[in-house]
Design a protein around this ligand. Structure first.
Ligand SMILES: [Zn+2]
Length: 319
């Protein structure tokens, strides 16, 4: 092409255009096409820089190290290039510093689900500050994760005024609430979902529902449009070993009730790597197992839904 042709794009100009386009798109993450792990924990042996809670000592960490780098090295060979990092209360309580550090160190790779003490007086300011640092969701449950204490009456955990305030604020701020529950507590979500329909919710690990009556408690929540479910933690269900085919009937029921548009795959690493379980098999169940899933459904569960909820700009955000 004639060097003076107006359409001639020099290498330098091309690079400038590309960088401009990427900056406009917000970040390099827009270009990522791999799967997204909606649930993994990370921790570091550097307990000087990232201290553990006073209830635990470094020798109790198992494994001793599972850093963001280790997670990426585990996930990438399986086609997973991003993850939602879930705050790990047994080690860090509500000190979310390490996850925030990881997100900064690996731009575009991680979204964060943090833990907050909903009773703090500056809750709104704190949530907004966390959001600025990459936090997109808050982990909640009948255990008080901030300091590892149990609420007095687990069946009433959502009745506390501080918890109600958190549900309202989460909707205003466009933050997802992510309940970690045992199946017996699933019905406690029901009145809150009805009362706070704008609050988006992502339930961890099938709500730990496995037995038929537990599963029906989970399926019942599908009537609330704001509920999503993590299809995750395969190592802890059924036979507890790959290829996890025995989970097919359970997952089929969850897909039928929620539709693939409201399900997110997650590994729950590093736990998915223990007792003979592995990362690849957990991806494979959704990628190529479960005959009843078509290709767009697999893509939705493995990537698109996590992209929308945890990586795209939040729709519900008001500030
Ligand atoms: Zn977990």
């Amino acid at each position: 092409m004639d060097p003076s042709h107006p359409l001639r794009v020099t290498r330098r100009r091309f690079l400038a255009l590309s960088i401009g386009a990427m900056t406009q798109a917000g970040c390099m993450a827009a270009a990522r096409t791999g799967f997204i792990d909606a649930h993994s924990h990370v921790w570091t042996p550097d307990t000087k820089r990232f201290p553990l809670g006073p209830w635990i000592t470094p020798d109790k960490m198992e494994p001793a190290s599972f850093t963001a780098k280790q997670l990426l090295a585990t996930a990438e060979p399986c086609g997973v290039d991003r993850a939602v990092l879930i705050q790990h209360a047994p080690y860090y309580g509500d000190d979310n510093s390490y996850l925030i550090h990881c997100a900064k160190e690996h731009p575009g790779r991680f979204s964060i689900v943090a833990i907050v003490d909903e009773r703090r007086s500056d809750l709104g300011t704190h949530l907004r500050h966390l959001k600025q640092q990459g936090v997109r969701g808050i982990r909640i449950g009948p255990s008080r994760y901030a300091d590892r204490t149990l609420v007095k009456e687990p069946l009433l955990w959502l009745k506390a005024s501080a918890m109600r305030k958190l549900w309202a604020m989460a909707a205003d701020e466009g933050l997802l609430l992510c309940p970690l529950l045992s199946a017996e507590h699933l019905p406690t979500l029901e009145p809150m979902l009805a009362e706070f329909p704008r609050t988006q919710v992502v339930i961890d690990h099938f709500g730990h529902a496995e037995k038929p009556d537990e599963l029906s408690s989970l399926l019942k929540l599908a009537q609330h449009r704001q509920v999503h479910v993590k299809v995750s933690g395969f190592y802890k269900f059924g036979d507890r070993k790959a290829p996890y085919d025995d989970l097919t009937p359970m997952i089929k029921q969850v897909v039928d009730a929620f539709t693939p548009a409201r399900l997110l795959w997650g590994s729950d690493c590093p736990y998915q790597l223990q007792n003979g379980n592995d990362y690849k098999s957990a991806v494979a169940l959704i990628q190529s197992g479960l005959d009843f899933l078509d290709a767009p459904s697999r893509q939705a569960i493995l990537r698109d839904n996590s992209q929308r909820l945890f990586f795209d700009e939040p729709l519900a955000a008001t500030r």
